[in-house]
Design a binder for this molecule. Structure first.
Ligand SMILES: C[S@@+](CC[C@H](N)C(=O)[O-])C[C@H]1O[C@@H](n2cnc3c(N)ncnc32)[C@H](O)[C@@H]1O
Length: 278
């Protein structure tokens, strides 16, 4: 249905006020998320809960925290998988790991780690490259519920075939089944991989720097942010990396045209791997 210009303008205003209310009441800042993404997700909730308009939604979320938590899940897309885009992991093995091997201690940050699949993929890679024991992985997300899942490391059995294929394409050196135990319809990631990870809540929009990282993975998160917010987060990563540290973004994300573009060199364009200049 086509909307009148005034109606569109009013709706935009209502959404703006709603995002402001979320920020003021709960501290989550979606004000600089990409408009189209935010609108799509809010529209979905509006329809599912048969609400009249975004002002009604604003009223409800202020007075009903459970509703806000549902909305939070709507606004944060958690889609992920193990060894997602396997060619990225093989490039990391080829171009990043040789540098990591030169450090006595390695610090890796997964920002926006979702349910942990990306994090455990990295743990496996480090183990196979013989550097897991001197590595510490920090895994963060702003969504507490998804972080709980990540800590548990329990995934449905029916996705394992796909994860196994990804692992093999990524240059995996063992049998993928070495890294989990089967438990009825689920698999549980083995404890020695979990032990290497510190999971914590961190909001890329409002929280600060992580110190002296050798590698930051932030994949398929910034795609939901507008340019201004992306630049803010790129600066946060720049500050969090040690000189010569690596940054890996998602396939649709790029440092090109960003405010930090000249502070990084491109290690691999297709895989979106960058290195902080010394
Ligand atoms: C699509 S998932 C990507 C997961 C994984 N990095 C991957 O590429 O498979 C995006 C994740 O970013 C998280 N996220 C979104 N906004 C965030 C923010 N402001 N701070 C921290 N995490 C955020 C979401 O909760 C979600 O888990």
């Amino acid at each position: 249905m086509n909307q009148e210009p005034e109606q569109i303008e009013n709706e935009r205003l209502e959404i703006k006020l709603l995002l402001e209310a979320i920020y003021l009441k709960y501290g989550y800042d979606f004000r600089n998320y990409a408009c189209a993404h935010t609108k799509r997700r809010l529209e979905h909730r509006l329809n599912v809960d048969s609400m009249e308009n975004y002002s009604a939604m604003q009223h409800r979320l202020i007075h009903d925290e459970a509703f806000f938590n549902t909305l939070l899940l709507d606004l944060s897309i958690n889609v992920t998988e193990m060894f997602r885009d396997p060619w990225v992991y093989s490039k990391v093995r080829e171009l990043v790991v040789p540098h990591l091997k030169t450090y006595p201690f390695i610090k890796i940050w997964h920002a926006g780690c979702s349910a942990g699949q990306e994090v455990y993929s990295m743990g496996i890679l480090l183990e196979e490259e013989g550097i897991k024991e001197r590595s510490q992985i920090y895994a963060t997300d702003f969504n507490e519920l998804i972080l709980q899942k990540a800590k548990q490391g329990i995934y449905p059995m029916d996705v394992i075939r796909e994860y196994t294929a990804n692992y093999q394409k990524s240059g995996g050196k063992q049998s993928f089944s070495d890294y989990y135990t089967a438990d009825y319809d689920n698999v549980v990631i083995k404890q020695s991989l979990k032990d290497k990870v510190l999971f914590s809540s961190h909001n890329l929009v409002t929280d600060g720097v992580f110190g002296e990282m050798n590698l930051i993975f932030c994949r398929n998160v910034l795609i939901y942010f507008d340019r201004e917010l992306q630049n803010r987060v790129f600066n946060l990563f720049y500050e969090s990396l040690c000189p010569g540290g690596f940054l890996c973004l998602g396939s649709k994300e790029s440092l090109r045209f960003s405010s930090v573009a000249d502070k990084f060199e491109v290690v691999s364009g297709r895989e979106k791997i960058y290195r902080k200049k010394r």
